[in-house]
Unconditional design. Sequence first.
Length: 234
Amino acid sequence: MNTINTIENVNEKEAHGFHSSQSWIPESLSTEDLTWRYAPDLTAEEKETVLSLTKDSGFVSLFTPFVPNKETKKSDVAGILNLISGLPKLESIAGSMILDKKLSESIGAGIVVVAADGSELPVGQPVKQVIYESMPTDVYFETIGGFSLAKIKISEGDPEIVEGLHVHNGGRLIVALSKSSKVVLPSGTVNLRKNDVIWMPPWTLHSFLTGDFLALHPNEAGWNHPEAFLPYRS
Ligand SMILES: [Fe+2]
């Protein structure tokens, strides 16, 4: 039987490299076809366009260079933000499907923590502020079902900490913006320093502790979607 540690019962680890976690999906979703669940408003024609983009080798190859593997040491975060921030809706949805699939294939059940390459991040000005699971969040761009980028401030008492281990329907590219912070996994706690970059496939158990984080979400469900944050229940 697998066991899951609580936040109080963990081993602390140095950040850079691969750290194993577990994939988990709530039973209520495990038998569903989730392909369009978080992009529910697309017409049949739009869905066709998205699917053909996910099979277009030229389009897929735009994302491939950014996908980390377990040995990756650095990430070109500015490069992927430049690619993604200008994408129209259907390209954003297709791109987020491609990135999520590749993250699952190349990382599996775990996270990869790498150093940022030092480039300045092209985030621009926030377009709106929202409260995301009680956390103040600056949104830079968003496409429902596609990519969103936001700065999330996690404080004591927020669900990210209180609920502990949880999953999201999409993968994550997170940049730690605070001097020091941590991410908790079933296998232990990983210490993070400013500018560490964390890559995570969809449905990966994790919990970030206090700090500011830049978060790129593929397959954005929407900030107040009831399934945007799914606490682990054994
Ligand atoms: Fe999370």
